[in-house]
Structure formats: C-alpha cells, structure tokens
Write a protein that binds this ligand. Sequence first.
Ligand SMILES: *[C@@H]1O[C@H](CO)[C@@H](O)[C@H](O)[C@H]1NC(C)=O
Ligand SMILES: *[C@@H]1O[C@H](CO)[C@@H](O)[C@H](O)[C@H]1NC(C)=O
Ligand SMILES: *[C@@H]1O[C@H](CO)[C@@H](O)[C@H](O)[C@H]1NC(C)=O
Ligand SMILES: *[C@@H]1O[C@H](CO)[C@@H](O)[C@H](O)[C@H]1NC(C)=O
Ligand SMILES: [Zn+2]
Length: 401
Amino acid sequence: MVSKRAPSIRTSILLLTLALTRSSHARVPKYKPISRSCGVASPSTELQDSHRWLQHNEALDNDLWNASSVQQRHIEHHHHGSHPFGESLSSSNASESDRRRQALPSPSPLYVVDTYIHIVADSSSASASSPKYVTDTMISQQFAYLAHAYTNASIGYRLLGISRSTNDTWAANGDDAGMKRALRRGTYSSLNIYYQSLLQAGANTPGIPAGSTLLGFCSLPAAGVTSGGTTGGGSISGGSTGVGNTTPGTGTPTPPNSRYILDGCNVLSGTMPGGNMVGYNLGGTTAHEVGHWNGLLHTFNGNSCAQDDFGDYVADTPQEMTSTNRCPVYKDSCPSSGVSSTTYNGGPGQTGANPYGPQGYSGPDPIHNFMDYSDDVCYQGFTPGQGARMLNIWQIYREGL
Ligand SMILES: *[C@@H]1O[C@H](CO)[C@@H](O)[C@H](O)[C@H]1NC(C)=O
Ligand SMILES: *[C@@H]1O[C@H](CO)[C@@H](O)[C@H](O)[C@H]1NC(C)=O
Ligand SMILES: *[C@@H]1O[C@H](CO)[C@@H](O)[C@H](O)[C@H]1NC(C)=O
Ligand SMILES: *[C@@H]1O[C@H](CO)[C@@H](O)[C@H](O)[C@H]1NC(C)=O
Ligand SMILES: [Zn+2]
C-alpha cells in the first residue's frame, strides 16, 4: 500500500469505495486469502536523500562485515553535511568493533538495541484462559525470532522490559498517542514494540481504509526529533511531515521526547509465534516492521520497473513492481531491469541517464526478503546491502540519541 507519495484523501476514498463495491459483486476471487498489510508511512524526502546518498557511497561489494568501511562511509556522510548532529558521532572510533569482529569466529553485533515489549490486550483476550491470550512463551519466542533475523546484519537486541495492559481503545489502535505516552520507555535509540490484539487501520495509517486489518506499522527514522525544545519543529507521526526541520519551532517548550513519543512499532499480537493469524504467525511481521524502524523501505517501494526509479535504494534487492502475496514458486515483476550482481558497478553506462545505478541487481523478485509482503514461511532474511544500510542509518539517525 505504500508508494513514494502518500495517497491523497481522494485516492483513499476511491480505494474504500472500490473495496465496498467489489465486495458486493461476484468479481472478487472467491477464496482470496488474507495478504500481508503494513501501514508504514511514506518515507520523508530527507530519509530518501540519505538512502540515495548511501546507495551511491556504500561499497559496491556490500561488504557488511567490514566495519572500517561502514565507519568510513559514516564519517563521509557527516562531512557531506546533511545531518545536524554529526560531529559527536563522527569522532567515534571503529577500532573496538573492528577488533571484536575480526577476533570472533561468529559475528557479535556491532550495536545492541534496547528493546521494550508492550502487550496491549482488549478485555476479551486479556485473561490467560482466552485463546487470544499472549503467553510468556510467545513473547520469548517472538524475541528470539527478532534477534535471529538480525544476526547477519550484526544488530543485536536486548530485552529490557515487558509490560502488559488491558485497554479496548489502545488494543484497537484507537489512541496511539495516549497509549504511547503511557507506555513508551527509553530514548530515541530504544525500540518499543506494541503488540495490540485488535490492531486496525486508523488516522495514523494514511492510505489504508480505516478499520481494515493491519499486521503492523512502524515509524521510520527521522532527523532532528531529539533537538530543539519547543513544539512546531516537526513531528514523527508521518514520514512525510516536517521532519528534518531544524529550525526552532515557535510553540511552548516541551520535554524532548514529545517529539518522538510515537516512535516505535505497532504489531498485531496474532502475528506472534503461535498467534491466530494463520500464514503470518511465525513472528516474521515483527522482523519486517523493525526493518522499517531501522530505516529500510519495502523492496517494492516505488512500484515500478522504471530505469530511474530507485525502489528501495538498496542495490542487491532486485527491482520489484508489485508486492508479493504468500510464497510463489517464482516471480519476476521487472524481468528486464538492473544488471547482474557480478557486473554491477553503479556506473552511468549500466543505468541509462542515472549515475547512481538506481535499479541495482537484475534477477527475480526478492520474495524471500523480510521487506517484501510474503507470508512468514517464505521469509528468509535481509540482504548484505540491507544489513549495511541499517548500520549506516543507525549511525546517522539513532545512535547515542
Ligand atoms: C574494507 O573496505 C574498505 C573500503 O571498501 C577497503 O578499502 C578495505 O580494504 C576493506 N578492509 C578489509 C579488511 O577488507
Ligand atoms: C582509535 O583508537 C586506537 C586505540 O585507542 C588508536 O590507536 C587509533 O589511532 C584510533 N583511531 C582513530 C582513527 O582515531
Ligand atoms: C484506556 O485508554 C483510554 C484512551 O486512551 C484512556 O483514557 C484510559 O485511561 C485508558 N485506561 C487505562 C486503565 O489505562
Ligand atoms: C544468515 O546468513 C547465512 C549465510 O549467508 C544464511 O545461510 C542464513 O539464511 C542467513 N540467516 C538470516 C536470518 O538472514
Ligand atoms: Zn512494511
């Protein structure tokens, strides 16, 4: 549902109207399965610029395990001058993580994310006797799935707290800000995941008809949300609002975290391992949503095969025109885009008019990638390019904040 531009209200109404019209006619495929739906906002121009800069500047071999190369790109990015809080970060020294990574046979994470899990149940699923009750086992299995999903990307997660609440309004995404004001913990670099029993589309998921089932949504990283002390300078509620605006606002002084109180991931609790969302109940939704929190876009971002379309801005996820439903044996929605991974160099000769190699690698759609819409059994992992991208995004947007 996500494209580069948030659909206008008119488009949303049109979509809703189509949905209503269709359901009253016999043209709908009879047994249309539930498909994955994610309500992440469209990326801000600022975030897209960072992705574009990184796609151009990351090593083309996507050498994820080369920490010195990650650090070097990070420093260059800050010298590039587009981020307000670069200086304190660029003075950090990569030698410690370099040493750890080279000394250990299995990779230890380059950074560890403080994580808080909030179980938000409606009154009918709040008691242990309810079939929709989220057990402690489900929580630990979900956390293990998350940690495993990010091992190759060298990102660790440390579970610092679990809360349980019962609130029919919160469980149904009826007061996102109120829920997060009550429950959010940590700082901007802390991950908060809210597992809601009745998560559905609402005012905070533009482009998706209100009330439709949503497996999750998450905030993308935004620049400038921890700086400044007055309201009016930006909000992280939508990726395309005034984030990245470092001009002080004119409103009343507010505590810093009011700028990012909405930051975090909302996930339907039925998607946890053993949950009731058949096809999507192995824990993959959390891996997908947290990918957005770490800055990744859908592999089908842009929904086009156009030569100048950057898609997800990651070279080693082949361009994709459509999202994937369930787990097709083979899918190639952009059969003639990109160049082979062995010859890709991002040069102008390979990519028409665009010098940065927007299309990246050729090949079938990345249907096993966490950032596609495939079902949980289909999910396998992130690419090295996505891993490197998350490390760089972390250093630019969240580290130390
Ligand atoms: C790491 O990457 C940088 C830049 O891509 C390269 O110059 C360096 O040789 C690499 N180091 C190792 C140990 O591979
Ligand atoms: C990083 O730290 C090590 C040891 O503290 C030091 O020898 C090295 O010069 C530092 N490198 C940079 C680039 O600051
Ligand atoms: C439940 O949510 C509503 C709406 O945000 C709020 O007013 C109320 O205080 C919450 N109840 C509890 C027990 O937290
Ligand atoms: C991690 O990388 C290994 C080696 O490339 C691969 O076999 C495995 O499937 C990957 N796991 C995940 C969760 O990405
Ligand atoms: Zn998504």
